[in-house]
Design a protein around this ligand. Structure first.
Ligand code: MN
Length: 145
């Protein structure tokens, strides 16, 4: 199953770039332009990852991260923050709010994709979603008699 990524970003060009990049890597991308809809959208879309712009009108991305991380239903979803201001203090504030990672704008395409992939690889698999056995799980095969 394709992984689902909710993208909260008010800037149209960035939103399109992020969604295009995600779709090019076979993710299902759901855009959210208004941060005030982010929590409801996360509930409705059930994403595997949330990409969160920090600089939003009406609402702070940091506060949204805190809200998501304080919600029993949503707190397990990893959050990748995206910010134009990635000074030392900003990174600490983003981490303190609960984001698992951040990338700074203007983004490096490679760093963006690597960060998405590593967060999704680290996320616990939902119950019932079994991975096909790989070569390193050959030990589970029944003994040859
Ligand atoms: Mn913004």
């Amino acid at each position: 199953m394709a992984k689902r990524v909710l993208v909260v970003e008010d800037n149209e060009l960035n939103l399109k770039l992020f969604c295009d990049l995600l779709r090019a890597h076979d993710y299902v991308a759901e855009p959210v332009r208004d941060g005030r809809e982010a929590v409801d959208s996360a509930r409705a879309f059930t994403p595997d990852l949330i990409i969160m712009d920090i600089q939003l009108p009406h609402v702070s991305g940091l506060e949204l991260i805190e809200t998501l991380k304080g919600d029993a239903d949503l707190s397990a979803i990893p959050i990748m923050a995206v910010t134009a201001y990635a000074g030392k203090g900003d990174e600490e504030r983003i981490r303190a709010a609960g984001a698992e990672s951040y990338v700074s704008k203007p983004i490096s395409v490679m760093r963006f994709v690597e960060s998405v992939e590593s967060l999704l690889a680290a996320a616990p698999k939902p119950a019932g979603e079994e991975k096909a056995p790989g070569p390193d799980e050959a030990g589970d095969a029944p003994p040859v008699t």
